[in-house]
Design a protein around this ligand. Structure first.
Ligand SMILES: *[C@@H]1O[C@H](CO)[C@@H](O)[C@H](O)[C@H]1NC(C)=O
Ligand SMILES: *[C@@H]1O[C@H](CO)[C@@H](O)[C@H](O)[C@H]1NC(C)=O
Ligand SMILES: *[C@@H]1O[C@H](CO)[C@@H](O)[C@H](O)[C@H]1NC(C)=O
Ligand SMILES: *[C@@H]1O[C@H](CO)[C@@H](O)[C@H](O)[C@H]1NC(C)=O
Length: 460
């Protein structure tokens, strides 16, 4: 497609999107339950008032019906008040403990109520097919000072649970605004799953987390869909979904907008499939930072497709710290639609947060087998930034059908950069300079890389 055509189609797209927002904004709720689910657009919740287009919602699987009343453990019948002020933690925990013993039970957090819940751990194992039905609002304590010291790592923690579902039309509100303003640097999460298998999180809204909204670590078999995650654009370090040591993960048909990464994939992740996700605003989708403090990092078999990124700082990014060990391999990014994204495609083997000295380090987490296919839209600074190391160049980085044109809002542009990056290209390629960016072949790189991959195969 010619530049000019591409631009005018994008303009048309955003004209239509803003038309929807302006005239149909008040119908969002009605639309949610209507059959229009294939072409809906919705207000972003960022303070800037910018809008974020929404992907089509999936159709519900057959047989997903209301929970049977006999297995229903409603928090109100365990003494919860749901008045926003009374601490309902104990009631919720008791409901959980009762439900945990019954196969196919549902813990019900009913609509029309707001439950104040302090940091809490729900521990398994439980009987199979436990459901946490969130239709009401779950609120974290609003003051940083009211969080117990021991709860500084996560608000609602699920540990050792299996075959478990969170669903419902409710809202999980981390009330993080005071955290964002304080200089407290903790690793606080709203919902965390630790060492858990067969987990589904669907339909709910998670908002205003102190830091990360939804975290999975050391877990296998994760499904996240039809979930909305939102925090203001200026909430620092608020990731949407964070994965570490996780495999067999599918995240799809969700709307994620917060201050930092939309989805962050960390070491130990494999077989992760992200699709039909809208990211806006924030930092886009990231693999890494990997290999910090000379650590071993292993990430493989990642598919990211059918993603809309609007007004994010980055599009899809792989970042590794100098001095790391291990490998990132077999990653495919396709059908990524960007608009007004600062730098859509990034590989950075020199990732280093400003407060850490790492310039001196040699070596890097090896990067190979990265495919970019059908990356279309507008950028505001640089279309591609591949900064790979001298010691361990990036190999088999393929660019196919890349159509990136400058955003009308750009303030000066940089050419595509491919430092120590080897791979193939296939047309169409816009800007054309992409065609000369990557270098051809590189046997040496492959040899060094396979030694790094072996470290990962040894089971790190
Ligand atoms: C949960 O367990 C049931 C029966 O044991 C099984 O059929 C189902 O696939 C499991 N679901 C998940 C998400 O693991
Ligand atoms: C998505 O979640 C909303 C509640 O947040 C629900 O009303 C809607 O039916 C869900 N859509 C699908 C397709 O499950
Ligand atoms: C690459 O990853 C995909 C998705 O997980 C997987 O289906 C495929 O088999 C992997 N390819 C190789 C060569 O490992
Ligand atoms: C950094 O480099 C200098 C000079 O090459 C060397 O003397 C020093 O030990 C290095 N520091 C670290 C932390 O590696």
């Amino acid at each position: 497609m010619k530049c000019r055509q591409c631009l005018s189609i994008l303009y048309l797209f955003f004209f239509l999107a803003s038309f929807h927002v302006t005239f149909l904004g008040s119908l969002v709720e009605a639309r949610k339950s209507s059959a229009l689910s294939h072409k809906k657009h919705k207000h972003g919740k960022g303070k800037s008032g910018r809008y974020c287009p929404t992907p089509a919602a999936p159709t519900p699987p057959p047989g997903s019906t209301d929970p049977t009343m006999s297995n229903n453990f409603n928090v109100l019948s365990f003494g919860a008040k749901g008045n926003e002020a009374t601490d309902d933690t104990k009631a919720l925990l008791e409901a959980w403990e009762a439900a945990c013993k019954v196969e196919g039970a549902t813990v019900e957090i009913p609509s029309g109520n707001k439950f104040l819940i302090n940091p809490i751990t729900f521990q398994g194992p439980c009987m199979p097919q436990l459901v946490l039905q969130i239709d009401g609002v779950v609120l974290a304590p609003p003051k940083v000072s009211s969080w117990p010291k021991s709860g500084l790592f996560q608000w609602i923690n699920f540990k050792w649970v299996q075959n478990f579902t969170i669903q419902g039309s409710g809202i999980v509100d981390g009330q993080g605004s005071e955290w964002w303003m304080s200089s407290q640097s903790t690793t606080n999460k709203a919902l965390r799953f630790y060492s858990s298998n067969g987990i589904t999180v669907r339909d709910i809204t998670i908002t205003n987390s102190p830091l990360c909204h939804l975290k999975f670590d050391n877990s296998v078999g994760i499904q996240v869909h039809n979930v909305t995650i939102s925090s203001p654009e200026d909430s620092p370090n608020t990731d949407g979904i964070h994965l570490q040591n996780c495999r067999d993960v599918e995240i799809h048909h969700s709307n994620i907008g917060c201050g930092d990464d939309c989805v962050s994939i960390q070491t130990g992740c494999s077989n992760v499939h992200l699709h039909h996700i809208t990211c806006c605003p924030g930092h886009g989708i990231s693999l890494g930072g990997l290999g910090k403090d000379r650590s071993i990092a292993c990430v493989s078999d990642i598919v990211v497709e059918d993603i809309i990124m609007h007004n994010t700082l980055f599009g899809v990014r792989i970042k590794t710290w100098p001095g790391g060990i291990g490998s990132v391999k077999n990653v495919s990014f396709s059908g990524i639609q960007v608009s007004d994204v600062k730098v859509p495609l990034i590989i950075d083997q020199f990732y280093c947060e400003s407060n850490v000295h790492c310039k001196n380090q040699t070596g890097a987490v090896a990067i190979s087998g990265i495919q970019y296919n059908k990356i279309v839209g507008t950028y505001s600074t640089q279309p591609i930034h591949f900064a790979c190391s001298n010691d361990i160049p990036c190999s088999d980085v393929d660019l196919i059908d890349i159509q990136l044109t400058p955003s009308p809002r750009n303030r000066g542009l940089l050419q595509a950069l491919c430092l120590n990056s080897y791979g193939k290209t296939a047309a169409p390629l816009i800007p054309q300079s992409i065609d000369y960016c990557l270098r051809d072949g590189h046997r040496l790189a492959r040899r060094v890389q396979s030694s790094h991959e072996k470290i990962c195969q040894l089971g790190y």
